[in-house]
Design a binder for this molecule. Structure first.
Ligand SMILES: Nc1ncnc2c1ncn2[C@@H]1O[C@H](COP(=O)(O)OP(=O)(O)OP(=O)(O)O)[C@@H](O)[C@H]1O
Length: 259
């Protein structure tokens, strides 16, 4: 976390009011020579749910990792207006010897919250993700979807203002994935954190986000920025709505032109 703080707190003062994540003139070239990103300008406003889609290898994860402070841009700046950031990656990364409750309490424990507060925050996060009744179980006894719920609950206990999510549902089967999308947008509707969500799935992006960013093939540039005009909370049946299908078609069409 220290790295995130030192990298971002200097730049944060220059952020436009209401902007929580800001990438400005960002280029990333790795030491290997790979030019991953070129000329990225992206402002994410407070409370926005932004999904980023693009061809494989176009630099989506790199952009998110820069927002997380895990990579530095070669040129330009990436700034966050807050230190209250939660991360969710594709792997749930639970500690196998800890129960669901003990895993969920981990962030609060590291933040040295008093035990009673830890308990109550963990329980409310466990309830929020639908894991009530599974508190004492070990990760190996959970399904893939339940493990991801547990990981989500662990992040929610720190009540982050910004959530950075890198393909969190990519390893789940289709039905579980749809359930998790419904769950995540319900949590978003309740808590209104700011989200940056990387995905390969256009329909997942449209279902979750109020703004979808489309990137070109490497070096990644932003080629489209589309508002998704559906209120939250969103009903799972929204996926059968004609306008939903139109958004998916429009974005898929834009993506096809990028390869
Ligand atoms: N640490 C690194 N060192 C060298 N090259 C890297 C490094 N990390 C990523 N890359 C390269 O940068 C490019 C962008 O990678 P990145 O993982 O950001 O893409 P992505 O759009 O998230 O891909 P995918 O959709 O397949 O997950 C790729 O060509 C990748 O090989």
């Amino acid at each position: 976390m220290g790295l995130v703080d030192t990298m971002n707190d200097v730049d944060a003062r220059h952020l436009t009011k209401g902007v929580v994540v800001s990438a400005s003139g960002v280029t990333k070239q790795f030491d290997s020579g790979t030019l991953a990103l070129a000329g990225i300008d992206l402002d994410i406003a407070e409370g926005d749910f932004v999904a980023v889609v693009g061809p494989s290898g176009c630099g989506k994860s790199t952009l998110l990792r820069m927002a997380a402070g895990l990579e530095r841009p070669t040129e330009g700046t990436v700034a966050l207006a807050t230190e209250s950031v939660g991360f969710i990656f594709q792997e749930p990364t639970l500690l196998p010897w800890r129960s669901v409750r003990a895993n969920v309490e981990l962030c609060a424990e590291l933040a040295r919250l008093p035990k009673a507060q830890r308990r109550s925050r963990a329980q409310s996060a466990i309830d929020a993700v639908g894991l009530t009744g599974f508190e004492s179980q070990l990760p190996r006894t959970l399904s893939g979807g339940m493990k991801m719920r547990c990981s989500l609950a662990r992040t929610l206990t720190s009540e982050p203002e910004v959530m950075l999510l890198d393909e969190p549902f990519g390893a789940l089967d289709e039905m579980t994935r749809l359930d998790m999308q419904t769950e995540l947008q319900r949590l978003y509707a309740q808590r209104r954190f700011t989200a940056m969500f990387i995905t390969h799935s256009v329909s997942e992006a449209v279902f979750l986000a109020n703004r979808v960013i489309v990137m070109s093939a490497r070096p990644g540039r932003i080629t489209a920025d589309i508002r998704i005009d559906f209120p939250y909370p969103r009903d799972p049946d929204l996926r059968f709505d004609a306008r939903f299908t139109e958004y998916v078609a429009e974005i898929s069409e834009t993506l096809r032109g990028q390869r």
